[in-house]
Design a protein around this ligand. Structure first.
Ligand SMILES: Nc1ncnc2c1ncn2[C@@H]1O[C@H](COP(=O)(O)OP(=O)(O)O)[C@@H](O)[C@H]1O
Ligand SMILES: [Mg+2]
Length: 297
């Protein structure tokens, strides 16, 4: 048994795998967004994808559209992978993403990013000259064969209004919005929602906000009740009850990859457990939102 498998079995034992891979569910595509950097998008995305794969037993794919490749780096470390030669840029050039998938661990795959992917705008211009709609729909097209293989696809994006975010939104079913509770600012989130609405109107796109995840990135900070109340006034039940507070362990995962270590007494490390539990709660709430949306449709 590999180390990964051992961990997986252990994780499921501890938390209980609450869903089996059935193949019944359709693939859902999520983008985690906010037009601001450093608000916790990549953290939220990598933890949700890990939770989806390990605790929910969903066949999960992460697509890293950010040329900074932070999500790729965290997940490569999570899977103990040193070198990744497949990447999104090759896939976009060749017009096939299925050959660019790197397995990370059981149920979790990655399409990695690379710095050269910053050339996406040029690439799209040369592939689809004078066709804006084809340019922003390219990822959506390339995802079609992958949707048959996965239950959940998570797309990470850079914090800019750009070909990257356009392609991600056009390919997604749901946006998960990250809200920085300490910056006293709903701006990045609201700009994102406004832009989403623009795409929906312009291209007749089906896209919903699945939930707004309050994230607090500074150590020692208090939850800012005013900003949370303002957010709830503006966005109602879209704002999750679960708040992702600052946790040193979540930061450590940038360097070490995501893990759940056992200590000498064979119980899970309490800080790992705390970090995993908060995102298990986030995913449970998001699932409830999704069920509610899909019931009324
Ligand atoms: N809840 C948290 N606790 C501690 N550190 C966090 C938390 N969320 C994010 N971070 C750290 O904050 C930094 C920015 O987060 P990141 O997810 O990369 O933001 P973004 O993708 O929005 O630019 C990273 O170093 C990350 O490890
Ligand atoms: Mg990021």
């Amino acid at each position: 048994m590999t180390e990964t498998n051992k961990n997986l079995e252990y994780d499921q034992l501890y938390f209980g795998a609450d869903e089996t891979v059935s193949g019944v569910r359709d693939c859902t595509v999520y983008v985690v967004g906010n037009f601001k950097g450093g608000v916790g998008k990549t953290k939220t995305l990598t933890m949700l994808a890990y939770t989806s794969a390990v605790y929910k037993n969903r066949k999960t794919l992460v697509i890293d559209l950010d040329p900074q490749a932070n999500a790729s780096s965290i997940l490569a470390k999570t899977g103990g992978i040193k070198i990744i030669d497949k990447n999104i840029y090759k896939g976009f050039i060749e017009g096939d993403l299925t050959s660019q998938v790197t397995p990370i661990m059981e149920n979790l795959d990655l399409i990695s990013s690379v710095t050269q992917f910053k050339n996406l705008p040029k690439l799209l211009m040369s592939k689809f000259p004078n066709n804006d709609e084809a340019q922003i729909n390219y990822l959506n097209e390339l995802l079609k064969p992958l949707k048959e293989k996965y239950d959940a696809i998570y797309i990470d994006v850079p914090p800019t209004i750009s070909d990257f975010s356009d392609n991600a939104m056009m390919a997604a079913d749901y946006c998960i919005i990250v809200l920085q509770t300490q910056e006293l600012s709903l701006d990045g989130a609201q700009t994102y929602i406004d832009y989403m609405q623009y795409l929906i109107n312009t291209y007749n796109k089906q896209l919903q906000v699945l939930g707004i995840v309050p994230c607090m990135l500074r150590p020692g900070g208090r939850v800012d009740d005013k900003i949370l109340n303002d957010a709830k006034k503006s966005y109602g039940n879209n704002v999750l009850e679960t708040i992702v507070k600052y946790q040193e362990r979540l930061k450590v995962y940038d360097v070490e990859g995501i893990h759940l270590k056992k200590n000498i007494s064979k119980t899970p490390d309490q800080w790992d457990l705390k970090a995993h539990t908060v995102f298990k709660n986030v995913l449970t709430e998001l699932d409830q939102h999704q069920q509610a949306f899909e019931k009324v449709e």
